[in-house]
Design a protein around this ligand. Structure first.
Ligand code: PLP
Length: 434
C-alpha cells in the first residue's frame, strides 16, 4: 500500500509488531522509563515525546541524589560532593557533543531555550541601519517569532518590515530554493536567519547545512533552533557551523518540564572580543570565580555565555537522560526511528489513507508525523478527543494538526500497532469506520 514502495516487509498484524520488538536491540530501554497511568481500562499509548519526553527512572534517582547532597552537605555540595555543583553542567558535555557533532568547548548547558535565543541574539544579532532583518519560517513556533520580533523592536526596528518569512509551498513544505530566492532578493538587508532544524508543526527536517551556507553566502548570521531536532535526527554542527544554536531538553531529550537547555556557539566566535556577550559570574572562569574579583575573567568556550549558577535540580535529569542516549547510541536510535515511524506511516496509509492526510514529507522527517483528518463530515478535534478517551497521547495543534511521534528510545512497534487499532475504534465510534 505504501505509495512509493518503501519498506515492503511491514505487515498489518500484532504478531508482526511483536516480532519486530523481539528483535529490536533497543527494546530494553523501554524499561528505563516511567509510563503514564492506565485510563478507562486502556494501557497508555504515548506518542508525544516531541512535546514532553517520558521520565527516565534514572532522572528521578539523580534528582533525589542531589536533594540528599543538599540535605547532608548543604553548602559543601558546591565543592565536596561526588558531582560538585560548581561544575555540574560539565556532565552534559559528552551527551550534547555526541548528539550535535559539536566540539566540547562549543556547547554549554544553561537557562531555557527562549532565554538562550535572546542571549545569543544579544551576541549574534547586531543590526545596522541597512542590515537588520531577521528571517524566520512562516508559521514559526510562536516563542521564536516573538523573540525575533521583540529583538527587532528592542533595536528600534518595526517587525512588520524587519521580520522576513520563508514561506512554504501550497502543500506546506519548505523548499530550500525558496529561501535562496528570498535571500537573493533581500539578502543585503538580512542580519540573521533564525530557523529550526525540524519544523514543529509539519515535522519537516529542514536542510540545516544548506541554511547555514545560504546565510554565510549572504553575509548574515545563522541561529538554529534545535528543539525538535536534538535526540531525533542527525545533527552535524561541526560541518554546518551555524553561528549559534540552542535546544530545550524536555522534548526528545526526556529531561522533564522546564529542564535546563543547551546552547552552541561556533568555535570561530569563542574567545573573541567581538561577541560582547551579556555577562554574569557563572561565565567567569571557574578557577577564579570565587575570588570575587572586580574584573571579569572569561571562561573559555561557550561557558562564557552562562550567567547564573544553574538550578541543579533541573540539570540532574538532563545528565541522567543524556546517559541513556550515550548508552543507546545516536546511530542505532536513528535506524530504529526510521523503521518505527515508517511503520506508523505505512499503517496510516494502509488503513486510513482515505480519512487522514500526512503532512510530513517522507523524505525529510524524524520521529514525528503530522496528520490532518480529511474524512468528510468528521470533526478533526473529535477524532483527537476520542483518541484521548482511549488513552492515546499525541498532541493537537491549532488549527487542525494531530502530531504523533513514536520515540525510538521507549516506544515499541506494538505501540504503533495499538495506535492503529484504537484509531480504527475511534473512527468506528464516529460513524466513519471502514
Ligand atoms: C518547544 C519549543 C520552544 C519552547 O521554548 P521554551 O523557552 O523552552 O519554553 C521554543 N521554540 C521551539 C521551536 C520549540 O520547539
Amino acid at each position: 500500500m505504501s505509495s512509493d514502495g518503501r519498506d515492503p516487509d511491514y505487515a498489518d498484524s500484532r504478531a508482526f509488531a511483536l516480532a519486530e520488538d523481539e528483535r529490536d536491540p533497543l527494546a530494553h530501554f523501554r524499561q528505563a522509563f516511567n509510563f503514564p497511568s492506565e485510563r478507562g481500562g486502556h494501557a497508555p499509548v504515548y506518542l508525544c515525546g516531541n512535546s514532553l519526553g517520558l521520565q527516565p527512572k534514572s532522572a528521578r534517582l539523580l534528582v533525589i541524589d542531589e536533594l540528599d547532597v543538599w540535605a547532608n552537605l548543604a553548602v559543601d555540595g558546591h565543592f565536596r560532593s561526588e558531582r560538585p555543583w560548581w561544575r555540574y553542567h560539565e556532565a552534559c558535555t559528552a551527551g550534547f557533543t555526541t548528539l550535535t557533532g559539536a566540539a566540547p568547548a562549543e556547547v554549554t548547558a544553561m537557562n531555557t531555550l527562549t532565554v538562550n535565543l535572546h542571549l545569543l541574539m544579544a551576541s549574534f544579532y547586531r543590526p545596522t541601519r541597512t542590515r537588520y532583518r531577521i528571517v524566520v519560517e512562516y508559521g514559526a513556533f510562536p516563542s521564536d517569532r516573538y523573540a525575533a520580533a521583540s529583538q527587532l523592536r528592542f533595536h528600534g526596528f518595526d517587525p512588520d518590515d524587519g521580520l522576513l518569512e520563508w514561506r512554504p509551498r501550497d502543500d506546506g513544505r519548505f523548499v530550500t530554493d525558496d529561501l535562496a530566492s528570498l535571500l537573493d532578493e533581500h539578502g543585503d538587508s538580512v542580519a540573521l536567519l533564525l530557523l529550526p532544524g525540524v519544523q514543529y508543526l509539519n515535522g519537516q527536517v529542514l536542510d540545516m547545512g544548506a541554511i547555514c551556507e545560504l546565510g554565510r553566502a549572504h553575509g548574515a548570521n545563522v541561529g538554529l533552533d534545535l528543539a525538535h531536532a536534538i535526540g531525533n535526527v542527525d545533527i552535524r554542527l561541526d560541518e554546518w557551523s551555524p553561528d549559534f544554536a540552542s535546544w530545550c531538553t524536555y522534548k526528545y531529550l526526556n529531561a522533564g518540564p522546564g529542564a535546563i537547555a543547551g546552547a552552541f556557539v561556533a568555535r570561530r566566535h569563542l574567545d573573541s572580543a567581538e561577541t560582547g556577550q551579556l555577562q554574569g559570574w557563572w561565565g567567569n572562569r571557574a578557577e577564579t570565580r570565587f575570588r570575587m574579583a572586580r574584573e571579569f575573567d572569561p571562561a573559555p568556550g561557550a561557558d562564557v555565555w552562562q550567567l547564573s549558577n544553574p538550578p541543579i535540580l533541573s540539570l540532574a535529569p538532563v545528565v541522567a537522560s543524556l546517559d541513556l542516549f550515550l548508552e543507546a547510541g545516536a546511530g542505532r536510535l536513528r535506524d530504529k526511528s526510521r523503521r518505527l515511524t515508517g511503520y506508523l506511516e505505512w499503517l496510516i496509509e494502509r488503513r486510513f489513507g482515505d480519512r487522514l492526510e500526512i503532512l510530513t514529507p517522507p523524505e525529510a522527517r524524524g520521529a514525528q508525523l503530522s496528520v490532518v483528518v480529511s474524512a468528510n463530515g468528521i470533526e478533526p478535534k473529535a477524532v483527537f478527543d476520542k483518541l484521548v478517551d482511549y488513552n492515546v497521547t499525541g498532541d493537537w495543534r491549532e488549527p487542525n494538526v494531530i502530531r504523533l511521534a513514536p520515540v525510538p528510545l521507549y516506544n515499541s512497534f506494538a505501540d504503533v500497532f495499538e495506535f492503529a487499532e484504537r484509531l480504527d475504534a475511534v473512527f468506528g465510534d464516529l460513524g466513519a469506520g471502514r
